[in-house]
Ligand binder design. Sequence first.
Ligand SMILES: Cc1cc2nc3c(=O)[nH]c(=O)nc-3n(C[C@H](O)[C@H](O)[C@H](O)COP(=O)(O)O)c2cc1C
Length: 470
Amino acid sequence: MGIGVSNWRLARAVSMCGHMGVVSGTSIDCVMTRRLQLGDPEGHMRRALSNFPIAEMAQRILDRYFIPGGKKPEAPFKPVSMQTIDASAALTELTVISNFVEVFLAKEGHSGPVGVNFMEKIQLPTIPSLFGVMMAGIDYILMGAGIPRAIPGILDKLAVGEATDMKVDVEDVAAPVNYSTHFDPKAFCGKYWKPLNRPQFLAIISSSTLALTLAKKASGKVDGFIIEGACAGGHNAPPRGQLQLNERGEPVYGPRDQVDLDKIREIGLPFWLAGAYAEPERLKEAQAIGATGIQVGTAFAFCEESAITPELKKAVLEKSKNASAEVFTDPVASPTGFPFKVAQLEGSLSDEKVYAQRERLCDVGLLRHYYQKEDGTLGYRCPAEPIDDYVRKGGKVADTAGRKCICNGLLATVGLGQVRDDGTSCEAPIITAGDDISNVARFLKPGHETYTAKDVIDYIMSPVPATANA
Ligand SMILES: Cc1cc2nc3c(=O)[nH]c(=O)nc-3n(C[C@H](O)[C@H](O)[C@H](O)COP(=O)(O)O)c2cc1C
């Protein structure tokens, strides 16, 4: 999970080079509203909003969040309500529209394919998010971090305007209750409703068994798979079996974690390989075993078009140049419980001192777990929130150790960190990246301090030297 790193600008640049550009849909409501509060200096948010088919909804967003000239630096960003199972109409509108805006901009002015990435574990905003990206004509939906069995069927329904539900995974259930989110496209759009294109659905997976289950038992058609290895940036699938840590404290992956690519190929659906594949030889290797292509994250995360702040990109590129850039696969940082790759950078949340200084606070709440309260209603708790709150909600103290507020940290990484303490401090960033971080400086041309998305693509697509091919 990154927030806004792969923004519309980066996805558009990749699409315009003839490949699939993918925007991140995670927390895009916070991202868009914060960009509006920074004054939307280039007018992109407002232009996209003016293209949203239901003008009065877009106007409500502008009225609430747009600050001409931008907010004062010491003023905090206006909060966006945390997602709940009974989200207000205003939050649902914001979810649909912010997803629309990101994809509208990524697709603007060219006909290349655009995808969007969502996490299965973030379930409450899923249906309105899918609807928003579909309103903007998204071509591909990519979803991992969970078992996205319900999604294909939801896409089928949204395309034809049928109301749809999605079951929510709930912890501590004493009495069985069916907790679901619900969205009705025709009720949402009223007279503006029209049928939408059903995008292709690609499941991000790390096991051939899961691929087979999804191909056979999903609620509709799965159109392909992205097979992600444990060296990829973001969250990683946990290793099979009992968790073992190496001497650095990272999860140990073994032969059982190797994906059986023959089995994947037998399924007969297109697949892409991900995890340190941004090399011409690796692309050829992937194609030779039947992959349609590769998915690349880390190499793009530090290019000019990505939303990571220029200072952080510069610091990482410097480290890469002097062979000191590294990531730590943190088994506990992420409130999801999945291993999460964290770039090691002074002044960021990877720095123990910075982490220890942050007072726990949960006000974005994307990774909150859903649990059944005693009265049967749905509760929300995050292992990175204040420990007393978490325990009061039935959570275990042990589960809070080492947890990081990656929601706030990731927003800070893209220059949208919340201001705290009357404007005297700001949330510290946390950077996720894959093992490929050690070598991202390879994209820098001589005499250059930055590189572009096209530089990455040209590098990957360059001919493989005959010797390396032999
Ligand atoms: C900054 C960053 C953010 C990412 N965010 C997500 C995400 O939100 N969801 C997801 O499924 N994968 C995410 N990934 C993983 C990528 O989609 C991709 O599969 C992976 O980066 C490929 O491996 P590589 O990092 O070695 O290139 C992220 C990767 C990076 C580097």
